[in-house]
Design a protein around this ligand. Structure first.
Ligand code: NDP
Length: 288
């Protein structure tokens, strides 16, 4: 039997509807959550992501602002903007869209963001708290994946989760979250010898690589939960890191691309911003 689809679009819509109601309540009480998005340069994918985020903010009732800076922006100019946003009380969340043009050091830029406003959860302060198992701002994509698994009642504790990819944005924080939920976690990467030997043992298999259809049917254990984070732009359209059609025949659950993890990422960005606004007011939970 073909795997059940983990419908990220539907789950994200539910999250957004709940957040919208909360935003309306907060606004009635005088608090409008504000997100500032900074886009440097002309990267086509980044422009699309920023547009999506802007639209999502508008729909939910946030005060959003997008700062578009030219490709040749120097570090000093960008850091000045971040310092201004850090000091702006109407801005609760700051997001610098990555990747940045090559003259800019992403680490230095991310570290300039006030950790309390770091709604991407990329600041080392927040990454460190996550690694230590402390409440913190959780990066949007990993948080969205856990939310999606929970929405379908998929058990995590005691399961073997294999995460392919070890980026600071997806793979590493997701591994921390899965560990925090009592999964046994294996993290694979480009130097992993015999990747298939690991993926075949996964109860929960997450591909966050950026290689079209890297995960083939023979690499998946029958009955596994397969989460595809990859976004690969091919002439025939956007495809994930998983050979969806073939893997769907053996998996129990699978996320589509598009319509799987992507919508949850944006929903969690909204959630992180709302929580930053609440925390800034002196209350409200942080993290999952
Ligand atoms: P990175 O390029 O930062 O990391 C990719 C990871 O994959 C690295 O750890 C790399 O290993 C590993 N890798 C590369 N090739 C192989 C291979 N052949 N076998 C095993 N591992 C390999 O990417 P990101 O984590 O930022 O993103 C991954 C994908 O997810 C991309 O397609 C991106 O577009 C997408 N994405 C989607 C989001 C969404 O909302 N749906 C959000 C964020 C990202 P090594 O460390 O050794 O180099």
């Amino acid at each position: 039997m073909a795997a059940e689809i983990l419908d990220g679009k539907k789950v994200a819509q539910e999250v957004r509807a709940a957040l919208k109601e909360e935003v309306a309540r907060l606004k009635a009480g005088g608090l409008t959550p504000g997100l500032a998005v900074v886009l440097v340069g002309e990267d086509p994918a980044s422009k699309v992501y920023v547009k999506q985020k802007e639209k999502a903010c508008r729909e939910i009732g946030f005060a959003s602002q997008v700062h578009r800076l030219p490709e040749d922006t120097g570090e000093e100019r960008l850091l000045r903007l971040i310092h201004e946003l850090n000091a702006d009380r109407a801005v609760h969340g700051i997001l610098v869209q990555l990747p940045l043009p090559k003259q800019l050091d992403a680490n230095r830029v991310v570290q300039a963001i006030d950790p309390a406003k770091d709604v991407d959860g990329f600041h080392p302060f927040n990454a460190g708290r996550l690694a230590a198992g402390l409440p913190t701002v959780v990066p949007c994509t990993p948080r969205g994946i856990i939310h999606l698994l929970d929405a379908y009642g998929i058990p995590i504790a005691g399961r073997h989760a294999v995460v392919v990819g070890r980026s600071n944005i997806v793979g590493k924080p997701l591994a921390q979250l899965l560990l925090g939920r009592d999964a046994t976690v294996t993290v694979c990467h480009s130097k992993t010898d015999d990747l298939a030997a690991f993926t075949r043992t996964a109860d929960i298999l997450v591909a966050a690589v950026g290689r079209p259809r890297l995960i083939t049917r023979d690499m998946v254990k029958p009955g596994a939960v397969v989460v595809d984070v990859g976004i690969n732009r091919l002439p025939e359209g956007i495809v994930g890191d998983v050979d969806f059609k073939a893997v769907r025949e053996v998996a129990h659950y699978i996320t589509p691309v598009p319509g799987g993890v992507g919508p949850l990422t944006i929903a969690m960005l909204l959630k992180n911003t709302l929580e930053a606004a609440l925390a800034g007011r002196g209350g409200g939970p942080r993290g999952e």
